[in-house]
Design a protein around this ligand. Structure first.
Ligand code: 4FD
Length: 224
């Protein structure tokens, strides 16, 4: 899987090079290419933003540097071009197989009050939002999506952790415990040290359903 990330702030992406994603990159499961949009500005001062037509607060990212950057990474439009925006469709674990199926995605990070609408109309295939909140830029959402894709690719986590975890079965995950068996007076549930795998499985399923009913009843409706 190849991910091009177009941004005015490539230095923000330090976490992508660390830990679990770093491993997926090293094992060639995922290739992340950071592209500085400013490098593509033909303006003598490398300007990338300007005042909005019609007035109003803030600045808008100019179309030229963005269009040139997109054309540089995906000249033939073979990649899925995604703009991170609060106006986008909601990102959930369910969209990961589709994103992975593209093989190559271009994540466009906007700043200021967003990008010129004509870039969206001419170049972008879909807009994705992480939720109903506004950030200073699309960089954090791009990192979230890259992280999700990195761990979704086989090998980053063990097989079981992808099938058991929250959301994959439509339920929140059961509680986990490790040693010591007693910590500050609290004991690990007896069933987990019983060695009876059938009882363990039944307990975990029951806990997952109970937790989901309490916290996220919406997940239980219509197989959501
Ligand atoms: N909820 C999200 C994505 C981007 C963002 C931006 C217009 C601001 C939140 C377009 C305004 C992009 C999200 C950049 N904030 N900020 O996924």
């Amino acid at each position: 899987m190849k991910i091009d990330i177009l941004t005015l702030f490539p230095e923000m992406f330090v976490p992508l090079r660390e830990s679990i994603i770093g491993r997926a990159v090293k094992e060639n499961k995922i290739e992340i290419n950071l592209v500085n949009i400013r490098d593509f500005s033909i303006d003598k001062h490398k300007k990338c933003d300007d005042y909005p037509f019609g007035g109003g607060a803030g600045m808008v990212m100019m179309p030229q540097p963005l269009a040139s950057a997109i054309e540089a990474v995906d000249a033939e439009h073979r990649a899925r071009r995604i703009y991170l925006s609060p106006k986008g469709e909601r990102f959930t674990q369910k969209v990961l197989p589709r994103l992975e199926s593209y093989g190559h995605i271009v994540l466009v990070c906007g700043h200021y009050e967003g990008i010129d609408q004509r870039v969206i109309d001419l170049y972008i295939d879909e807009e994705i939002s992480l939720g109903d909140f506004v950030l200073t830029g699309g960089e954090l959402p791009a990192m979230v999506i890259a992280d999700c894709l990195a761990r979704f690719q086989g090998g980053v986590l063990s097989e079981g952790s992808l099938t058991d975890e929250s959301f994959t079965g439509g339920l929140l995950e059961y509680p986990q415990y490790t040693r010591p068996q007693v910590f500050k007076g609290l004991s690990v549930p007896e069933v987990l040290v019983s060695g009876d795998h059938a009882r363990v499985d039944a307990w975990r399923k029951e806990q997952a359903i109970k937790l989901t009913k309490e916290r996220r009843p919406d997940l239980l409706e219509e197989g959501k």
